[in-house]
Design a protein around this ligand. Structure first.
Ligand SMILES: Nc1ncnc2c1ncn2[C@@H]1O[C@H](COP(=O)(O)OP(=O)(O)O)[C@@H](O)[C@H]1O
Ligand SMILES: [Mg+2]
Length: 148
């Protein structure tokens, strides 16, 4: 599906809708994966902020560029953790594998959002949702959501 947003707020609202739908759905056999792609400043972190807020996460979300990964507790029956990964500084998927992400990917209770997911594609579970964000103008973005 393709969406066009005009401003960060609209992108966050789209993300919040997706978060709600995810929260209300049944877990898979492994974690739910959202693979975010798009250049610097596209709005990947902005999207994740809207997603997290809809799941009642109160902390301020920023790109975990240097720590690579952050965890936030979810207080629902089905979902335990929201995991935010930023692959910007990784050379390739081997770097992520060495952080022990396989266990995190395997847990059905986790919702995982990955910025720069294109850099670590080989390690991602097949079943995932791709969110590709393109710049259209200063405040406009094209957001393509593809389910695999
Ligand atoms: N339609 C839009 N959707 C998302 N962000 C937007 C939009 N219009 C303007 N912006 C701005 O673009 C920037 C996106 O930054 P950020 O989310 O950190 O990008 P990324 O994580 O992809 O590098 C923010 O400053 C945000 O306010
Ligand atoms: Mg970012």
């Amino acid at each position: 599906m393709i969406f066009k947003t005009r401003g960060a707020k609209e992108t966050q609202k789209l993300a919040a809708n997706l978060a709600q739908k995810t929260a209300n759905s049944k877990p898979l056999k492994h974690a739910r994966i959202f693979a975010l792609e798009g250049e610097l400043g596209a709005g990947k972190t902005t999207f994740i902020q809207g997603f997290a807020k809809a799941l009642k996460i109160r902390q301020r979300i920023t790109s975990p560029t240097f720590v690579l990964m952050r965890h936030y507790k979810l207080k629902t029956i089905n979902w335990k953790l929201l995991v935010h990964i930023d692959a910007f500084r990784l050379r390739d998927w081997h770097d992520l594998a060495s952080l022990g992400v396989k266990d995190i990917f395997a847990d059905p209770g986790n919702i995982i959002l990955i910025e720069w997911a294109e850099r670590v594609r080989p390690i991602l579970p097949q079943k995932r949702i791709k969110i590709h964000i393109d710049h259209l103008g200063n405040n406009t973005r094209k957001i393509t959501i593809t389910e695999k």
